[in-house]
Design a protein around this ligand. Structure first.
Ligand SMILES: [Fe+2]
Length: 261
């Protein structure tokens, strides 16, 4: 049986001289934000990811992101679009070995699997990641180590904001804009088409995602019609920098995404 996450986690912790409980703590902190069940019930997943993919609850109410993203858009986006990706992902992997593999490891070999796994698995993961990265109390300037990394990489927060926004605004068709961490511990910005993400082996530039912006029209058209640019400008008022910083710290320690589905 293939159990990659457990093996990598243990090797990573040993290599870095860390106890696995330190890594598990970061994961649990992040998952706690998602209004998941008690920490104790999730400890097992922090060490060995579940073989049962879950549809995570929205970490806030449908109207929590107003006025930047309206209630109806969030409701339809989460309960219809995101849910459909999740349901269709489960159908796509039903009866296969993929039901027992961590989703990041599926992505790392996505070119070997049917397109339905790529599209729906990506949609399932990307949206869970997107919801988690926003908060009604979000916005403002980054905090923690990610703030320093952003300035060191892009020169200033304003320059970073400009580059990430531009990445989303210029993505042709539907897709996502991302802030990522590469395997050398450097930040970079990229965009992906459709429901692809930077973990996938087909990505132009591969990395660990830290922040994403959904630039599909279904993310903004009720409130902003065709004005993707206005939606992206508003998105900056919602970014949960505490979560982004935790993703960064976890990625630097483990070279993995801390989002386990
Ligand atoms: Fe979406």
């Amino acid at each position: 049986m293939f159990k990659p996450a457990k093996v990598i986690l243990i090797i990573g912790a040993g290599f870095l001289g860390l106890h696995s409980s330190s890594i598990a703590q970061i994961q649990v902190q992040v998952k706690g934000h998602m209004n998941q069940p008690s920490i104790s019930s999730k400890n097992r997943q922090a060490i060995a990811p579940s073989t049962k993919f879950e549809f995570h609850p929205l970490p806030y109410s449908y109207d929590a992101l107003e006025p930047y993203i309206d209630r109806l858009t969030v409701e339809i986006h989460y309960s219809k679009h995101h849910r459909a990706y999740y349901d269709n992902f489960l159908k796509a992997i039903d009866g296969t070995d993929l039901t027992s593999i961590e989703i990041s490891d599926i992505f790392r070999n996505i070119s070997h699997y049917p397109i339905a796994v790529r599209n729906n698995g990506g949609g399932y993961f990307n949206h869970t990641f997107y919801w988690e990265g926003m908060s009604a109390q979000g916005g403002g300037l980054p905090t923690g180590k990610i703030a320093e990394a952003i300035v060191n990489t892009f020169g200033s927060f304003e320059e970073f904001k400009k580059e990430l926004s531009e990445s989303g605004k210029t993505r042709f068709g539907s897709g996502w804009a991302w802030l990522c961490l590469d395997d050398k511990g450097n930040l970079f910005i990229c965009s992906t088409p459709n429901q692809d993400n930077p973990i996938m082996d087909i990505a132009e530039k591969k990395g660990i995602p830290l922040l994403n912006i959904d630039v599909w029209e279904h993310a903004y058209y009720l409130n902003y019609q065709n004005r993707r640019s206005d939606y992206i400008d508003a998105f900056w008022n919602l970014i949960n920098w505490d979560i982004v910083n935790k993703r960064y710290e976890y990625g630097m320690l483990t070279h993995k995404s801390n989002l386990i589905l």
